[in-house]
Structure formats: C-alpha cells, structure tokens
Design a protein around this ligand. Structure first.
Ligand code: ADP
Ligand code: MG
Length: 323
C-alpha cells in the first residue's frame, strides 16, 4: 500500500523552474514571490464524487476538471493563473487511479503554465479541493459589478453542450462525440484573459447557466437599482452537436444549462467588434447576444417580434421542483 508521502512524491511533485516559487512542495508551506505591481486573485472549488462528477468517472477527467473549474474562475476575473494547491481526500491509494488523475490534472496545468505548489493528502471519501492563485496588474481585475446600461453582452464558445451531454448520459444513452469534450473536459478560457482585462466591463463564468449567471452579473452591477438585459434569440450561439442531440430543446440548454465554463461578459458597445476580433485572434470565439438595459429583468427577443420574460435569477428547467 502506497503511503501519503509516497503519493505526494510519486504523483504530485514535479520539478518547476518557476522563479516566483521560492519554496514549493516539501516544506510546511509554499513561499511565493508575487510579481511586482500585481494583485493576487485567489479562487477555490471543491468537487465531491457523486455530486460534481460520477463516482466512476475517468480519473484523468476528474483531475482535469478539478483544475479547470478553478482556472475558469481565474479567467472570469481576468487573472493569469500561476499556482495551484490540491487537497485530496481518497478512500484508498489506488495507483492506477492516482496516475490517471495526475495525468489529467497536469495536462491542463502544463497547457496553462500553472505550477502545483502544495496541497494536502488524506484518507476519506473522494473529495477534491483545488485552490489557484492568479495574478492581475493592480486594479485590473474584472469584476461582476462593472456592467453599465448600453453595454453589449457577449459569451464565449457554445454553451449548453455540457448540460445536453449530462441529460443524455442520465438517460443511459451514449453521449455523442460532439458533446464529449465540453462534458468530460470543460475548457477554461485562459486564452481570453488578456483581452478581457483590457476591454470587459464585467465578467462571470457560466457555471449555473447563462441566464442565472447573467442575473448574478446584473445584480452585482446594478447596486441599489438592479439592471436588466434583452437577449436576441437569433444571436445565441447554438452548436450543431447540440441541435443534433436535443433538437428543439437546444435554446433551453443554451440559456439554462450549466457547467460549460464559458465566459459571459459585457463591454462598451463601441468596442464589441474589436473585442470579438481580438478574442478570435487568441483562439476564442465570442458572440454578442444582447444589451444591458436599465429596465430590471431579463428578456428574450425572438425574430417574430415577441419578447419573453426570462427568470432573472435563473430557472432550473431541469430540476424536478422546477424552481
Ligand atoms: P504537513 O504534515 O506539514 O501538513 P503534509 O505532509 O500534508 O505536510 O505535506 C507535505 C508537503 O506536501 C507540503 O509541502 C504539502 O503542500 C505537499 N502536499 C501534500 N499533499 C499534496 C498534494 N496532494 N499535492 C501537492 N502537494 C501536496
Ligand atoms: Mg507541517
């Protein structure tokens, strides 16, 4: 049986030449020299087996996801992720599982230049907590609260696919290829960070669903007088794979499905085109889907001239209670 220290050494200790990391794994704490003129953005997220992922999910996908959800939060703040901390509670020391978990975790860590700088390893139910330290030039973090009336609302990628995949899987059907990646390995939009830092007025990552998270952003931005928005149904980005999988439910998946980890952000109307171009150059597709308004509430405008009220704080179409 592999011991705690063997696990740390064998699976989680990787040499890193990052000069900001004065002391990494092996001492009681990490010692980090922050970049001059920067602020730290600290994010953390816990994944519980059976709640945030199926207990028998592939270990490499779990490792990827545990880091991905944190990198998504960093991206939503326009902070460049630098260091990760991994608190792992494991029912047993299964070498095959650990090897695969570490492979998925480090695949994403290496892609986004994130260094694992410490953590904790303990026996217990399968629960994974990752904390990430990101850096942003002082005063440049993008908050949820910065949206203004007239700003455009944009979203990256093709939301809704993770939800459609989950529904398919829950029906014991095979999840189509086009939905596998967003479901198993959500792609945090690290590539969008630099552009958003310069141009976004507010940002949030889509974890609860586009409508729910837009509601959070508008509430945070409105202060005492809540803001609203109108979304254009025809402008919503709808992936072909989503239509193939769920047909006429595609729009509902886009609006209410969560867990895609796309970024939902606002920017001044005059910079919307340029932001899209800059994001495209960075490899991130973004779509303008609506406008921030001073009339409270969320509305969906359809091409036939109708406007539908959307529930501002999210409506879990998929929950049994429907609330
Ligand atoms: P302590 O007993 O002082 O709390 P630990 O034995 O928990 O220390 O950890 C020893 C070192 O290994 C520390 O540097 C800690 O950050 C690191 N560490 C422990 N678990 C992990 C893990 N799962 N991933 C990365 N580093 C870890
Ligand atoms: Mg100690």
């Amino acid at each position: 049986m592999t011991g705690e220290f063997d696990i740390i050494r064998q699976y989680f200790t990787r040499n890193s030449a990052d000069p900001s990391l004065r002391v990494g794994i092996g001492d009681d704490g990490a010692v980090i020299q922050p970049t001059a003129g920067h602020e730290l953005v600290v994010v953390t997220d816990t994944l519980v087996a059976g709640r945030h992922f199926p207990a028998d999910a592939r270990a490499d996908d779990i490792g990827w996801r545990a880091l991905a959800v944190n990198l998504s939060d960093c991206a939503a703040m326009a902070a460049t992720p630098r260091f990760a901390f991994l608190a792992l509670s494991l029912p047993e020391a299964n070498d095959t599982w650990l090897e695969e978990f570490a492979a998925g975790f480090f695949e994403l860590a290496e892609r986004d230049n994130v260094v694992l700088a410490g953590g904790d390893t303990t026996r217990g139910p399968l629960v994974i907590t990752v904390t990430v330290l990101g850096e942003v030039p002082s005063g440049k973090a993008v908050l949820r609260s910065g949206a203004r009336v007239g700003d455009r609302v944009l979203v990256t990628g093709w939301p809704g696919r993770a939800r459609a995949a989950l529904e398919t899987w829950q029906r014991n059907e095979t999840v189509p290829d086009g939905l596998q990646q967003p479901w198993r390995r959500p792609d945090p939009r690290t590539a969008a960070i630099d552009v958003l830092r310069e141009s976004a007025s507010a940002c949030i990552d889509v974890s609860d669903g586009l409508v729910a998270d837009l509601g959070h952003l508008l509430t945070a931005s409105g202060g005492d007088s809540p803001l609203g928005a109108t979304l254009e149904a025809d402008a919503l980005p709808i992936a072909d794979a989503l239509v193939d999988a769920v047909d006429e439910e595609a729009v509902e998946c886009v609006l209410f499905g969560g867990d895609d980890y796309e970024l939902l952000f606002t920017c001044a109307p005059e910079s919307a085109i340029q932001v899209r171009e800059q994001l495209a150059a960075a490899g991130v597709t973004a779509t303008a889907i609506g406008v921030v308004e001073d009339a409270e509430g969320l509305r969906l405008a359809t091409s036939d001239g109708n406007t539908w009220e959307l529930p501002m704080h999210g409506f879990d179409h998929f929950s049994e209670a429907g609330s």
